[in-house]
Structures are given as structure tokens and as C-alpha cells.
Ligand binder design. Structure first.
Ligand code: FES
Length: 349
């Protein structure tokens, strides 16, 4: 299905750190159910920048359980197209074009023990999960939050307040690469020794683990948890960045040239000619189709669709599971034709 966008008025902008703001939206009564969300989900902001349409996904950091306005946090990325505008130019009362909430980085029902890992702006979905867990009476939450330096800690005072209010339930460990001693924090990065020590605690071993932050930090923590015997289905990952390396092309490699690609979107079938070197989402956008997308880098899964006929090569994937790929799903932003005839169905996504 194509992605639905709505105009939302900015209710409040709060400077969280020198390089990050949080932006809260007014949701009109008519859109309240459309914008009901689960902690850990994200929205996509769409904006025209220098004549070009730019879309970026931002995790929701507010909690529906704490009666808060829907809020995202945006860290300014050097040379970014959207984040400098959201950090420095937009004003309260202005309108942004925003997609409906989506994403699967959400708590499983009946979670008893929770382990949260955040790196930098990866705190945005994590703090929402933390609040939901507190609301749902999770028995214990072990949280690790890594930053470069103290003034980059987003939501520092809110976390302090939650920790003192729920001191019997939350343990927060800060890691700072440049530690001036302003807060209780370990110096350096999350380490093998730290995780091995954490694993000695039963609540950590039995926890659902959620990781969000820079790619290398996420990879390190995931690998360490697996080595410590944590099962992969207890590890939940939310990537912000595209993977550095392309996946191996495991298709037969015999196809070259143009493919006939039939695309089914919102009940309408469109036939496109797509070259082996062109990704399917790109071909759809060039043809003027209103395809759903955000990151265009194999991360957010907004462009997920079912390959109901033919073969594609998926070059980048941090957005869908192996199980979904086995069922025939792909990320169209990173899918290249590998057979003469292909059918892609967005309505089955
Ligand atoms: S647009 Fe984000 S994974 Fe394709």
C-alpha cells in the first residue's frame, strides 16, 4: 500500500542537547486513531529541500502510556538534508508532513525482564520502550546508554528522574568516551567484560534485549550477547544507518538487461521496464508512482513488498528477517531484477 502522510502542526520544540531537539506535534481529534502508536515505532517526515523531495524516519520518543504529545527527537547530522532544518529552521506552529506511525521495534506481550542498549540518538525509541515497560509493570529494566560526552546525553534529566522514581525497577549504566566525571559513568565504550558481568544476573539472562545506536555499537553488542548464549530471538535491533557492505548476490547471476516488472500498488497494476542495475523502488519513483519509502538504504522496511513472481537480488538488508525473505518479501529500494519477468505486490506487504 502507498504511504499515508498528514499535515501536523508543531506544538513544541525543545532543545535537548547542543545538537539535538525534540519536536512534539498537535494531533487533531480527527487523526487521533490514525496516530495512535506503540512505543518504539517511528514516523517519516517528508519535506521539499532545494526542489527535491526528502524523506527521513525518526523514532517516536514519547509514550502513549504517559499521556504525552507525540514527540520525535532529531540529532543534527553534519551535511544532512533534513536534520539541520529540523534543528535550526523550523518553528513552533509550523506544519510538517508526517507519515502514520510504523515499525516492529516494539515490546512483546508479557515481557518480564527488559535489557535496553542505546547509543547516542538511538535513545529515541529506547526511552519509549522504557516508559511502556514501567507502565506495564515489567519486573526489572537493565539499561545501558553510551555517548561520546556528557553534554550529548539526550534526555539525561528525564532518565535521572525516572531512575529515582522507579529506583527498584531500573538500573541505568552510562558509558562516556570522554568522561569528565560530571555524572556516574564508565569511561570508554561498552565492553566484553561489562556484558559478561551483566550476564551473571538472572534478570539480564532472561531479558528481552533491545539495541539501537550506531551500526558498529549495535553489531558489537549483538555479537557479544550471542557469544554469551543469549538466543537470537531475544535480541531486537533497530538500525538508523545503511549497512556498509552489500550482501552477496546469491541469485543465479544469469540475468542481464531489462526486466518486465509488474507492480501492484493500491489495487492498481503498472508495468515497468527495469534494468538489472536499477533498483525497483527507483524505477517506480521515476515512473511517478506513489511508492512507500523513507531511508532508501535497506534499513527502515517502509518499502517492503512481496515478490509474487520472478527473482530479485536484495543488496542491502537491515529491515526484514530471513523468515520474511523466505516468505518472498523484499525491500524494493535495494532490489535489482534477476529474472525477465517479475511481479511485486505492495498490497500484500
Ligand atoms: S526505503 Fe527504507 S528499507 Fe527501503
Amino acid at each position: 500500500m502507498s504511504q499515508a502522510f498528514h499535515e501536523l502542526t508543531i506544538k513544541k520544540i525543545t532543545r535537548e542537547t547542543p545538537s539535538a531537539v525534540s519536536i512534539s506535534f498537535d494531533i487533531p481529534e480527527s487523526l487521533k486513531s490514525t496516530f495512535s502508536y506503540k512505543s518504539g515505532q517511528y514516523i517519516t517526515v517528508k519535506k521539499e529541500v532545494n526542489g527535491e523531495e526528502v524523506r527521513r524516519s525518526y523514532s517516536i520518543c514519547s509514550s502513549p502510556y504517559f499521556n504525552e504529545a507525540l514527540t520525535i527527537a532529531v540529532k543534527e547530522v553534519e551535511n544532512g538534508k533534513m536534520s539541520p532544518i529540523l534543528n535550526k529552521e523550523i518553528k513552533e506552529g509550523e506544519v510538517l508532513t508526517v507519515s502514520e506511525p510504523e515499525g516492529n521495534f516494539v515490546l512483546k506481550p508479557k515481557t518480564k525482564y527488559l535489557s535496553l542498549f542505546a547509543g547516542g540518538s538511538g535513545i529515541t525509541p529506547i526511552i519509549g520502550l522504557l516508559k511502556q515497560a514501567l507502565h506495564e509493570g515489567v519486573k526489572h529494566i537493565h539499561m545501558v546508554y553510551a555517548n561520546t560526552k556528557e553534554d550529548e546525553i539526550i534526555f539525561n534529566s528525564e532518565l535521572e528522574q525516572l531512575q529515582s522514581q522507579f529506583s527498584d525497577k531500573i538500573t541505568i549504566h552510562h558509558f562516556l568516551e570522554e568522561n569528565n566525571g560530571g555524572i556516574a559513568a564508565e569511561t570508554g565504550r561498552i565492553s566484553t567484560e561489562f556484558l559478561a558481568k551483566a550476564k551473571k544476573v538472572r534478570a539480564f539472562r532472561k531479558a528481552e534485549h533491545f539495541i539501537c545506536g550506531p551500526g558498529p555499537m549495535m553489531k558489537f553488542v549483538e555479537e557479544q550477547l550471542l557469544q554469551l548464549g543469549i538466543k537470537s530471538d531475544a535480541i531486537n535491533l533497530e538500525y538508523f544507518e545503511a549497512p556498509e557492505e552489500e550482501l552477496e548476490d546469491t541469485t543465479s547471476g544469469e540475468f542481464s538487461g531489462d526486466a518486465k516488472v509488474k507492480v501492484i500498488l493500491d489495487g492498481v497494476t503498472t508495468e515497468l521496464t527495469v534494468n538489472e542495475k536499477e533498483n525497483i523502488l527507483g524505477a517506480m519513483l521515476s515512473a511517478g508512482l506513489d511508492a512507500p519509502y523513507s531511508c532508501q538504504g535497506g534499513v527502515c522496511a517502509t518499502c517492503r513488498a512481496l515478490v509474487s513472481k520472478g527473482d530479485v537480488y536484495l543488496s542491502q538488508n537491515l529491515g526484514i528477517t530471513d523468515g520474511e525473505i523466505d516468505q518472498g518479501y523484499t525491500l524494493t529500494c535495494s532490489s535489482y531484477p534477476r529474472s525477465k519477468e517479475i511481479e511485486i505486490n505492495f498490497d500484500e506487504a
